[in-house]
Design a protein around this ligand. Structure first.
Ligand code: ATP
Ligand code: MG
Length: 303
């Protein structure tokens, strides 16, 4: 097959995407003719059309690569691509819309309030709480705030970056992540507990050496992990995801748990969370990349 791997892009996760793209291209080049393209480079569109790929592997994290924009662009060109379609990508990128859908389906997500610019909201769930821009990612613009003066500062910062901002209840607990692969028939990968000494699992914790640890299996009661896996599958389905995705979940000591975030193009370096979970399930990085391509082709064929 001719496969174009898209990586780079103009989101804050550009550097990680370049590493994901390089790893994916290397893995796929064993069996396919692979071309790497960066959508921000000159003549990207022309090159893509000239190559006429059988499939585009989207290894763009955040921004236009993960929010449905690139997906829509490929739809108009009738080029099959990996991962979720336009609608699911857009939903998962906007945390407010995502949370409303989860609530509609009785899937727990932390309580939240919507905020209007220049209005300091009442916080029904008290402090600490978390200020978040609706659509960013990479923990950019997120602050944990302890009082109303910090809330004000957090809101100003978040509104500088996004038109939509919300405040979420802070959940104390262990953070796990669950990867899922599949279209209709879903495979849940082993949960990974993420440990970091930082307050948030932020960019530094994720990508800097020693910033975080992956604990597999998590040191958490198995019945809680099974429940988390059920929620992860349900979340994948109700949001309409396909191919693969990685959910972030916080589990409190009493077993109550909340879906925090869904990544439709999670990190794809061999050391990233989803590939690490796949390896623990006996799926090599190469097989994972092949599988993601197969699932992309399958979804596009059905459409
Ligand atoms: N309500 C919360 N309670 C406790 N911790 C939280 C809460 N919301 C976020 N965090 C912490 O902040 C991190 C980033 O939050 P979140 O995943 O919502 O943002 P993000 O910008 O989409 O992150 P990324 O794109 O890096 O996955 C979480 O992984 C978690 O460590
Ligand atoms: Mg997150």
């Amino acid at each position: 097959m001719k496969i174009v791997v898209l990586c780079g892009g103009d989101s804050p996760e550009r550097e990680v995407s370049l590493v994901s793209g390089k790893s994916v291209a290397k893995a796929l080049s064993k069996n396919h003719k692979v071309f790497k393209l960066d959508p921000v480079k000159k003549d990207f569109h022309k090159k893509l059309v000239r190559i006429k790929p059988d499939c585009v592997f989207i290894a763009l994290h955040g921004g236009k690569g993960e929010d449905g924009t690139i997906q829509g662009f490929l739809e108009t060109l009738n080029i099959p691509y990996t991962g979720s379609g336009v609608c699911a990508s857009a939903i998962c990128m906007n945390k407010i819309i995502m949370k409303k859908i989860l609530i509609f389906h009785n899937i727990p997500t932390p309580e939240f309030v919507l905020v209007e610019r220049k209005i300091i909201p009442e916080i029904p769930f008290g402090y600490p709480c978390v200020v978040k821009p609706a659509s960013l990612g990479s923990t950019i613009g997120i602050s944990i705030v302890e009082n109303s003066s910090q809330l004000k500062t957090g809101l100003t910062k978040a509104f500088r970056l996004d038109r939509e901002v919300f405040v979420e209840k802070f959940i104390k607990g262990k953070e796990i992540t669950i990867g899922i692969i599949g279209n209709e028939k879903l495979q849940v990968l082993p949960p990974i507990e993420i440990r970091t000494s930082r307050k948030l699992y932020d960019y530094h914790a994720k990508y800097k050496k020693g910033g975080s640890q992956h604990v597999i299996p998590p040191e958490i009661d198995k019945k809680f992990l099974d429940k988390a896996s059920d929620y992860a599958i349900k979340t994948f389905k109700v949001l309409g995801c396909s191919g693969f995705a990685r959910m972030e979940i916080i589990i409190q000591e009493n077993g109550e748990m909340f879906i925090l975030d869904v990544n439709t193009v999670p990190g794809l370096t061999p050391l990233s969370l989803l590939p690490d979970a796949a390896r623990h399930a006996g799926i090599s990085f190469e097989s994972l990349c092949e599988k993601i391509v197969e699932l992309g082709l399958e979804r596009c064929a059905k459409n």
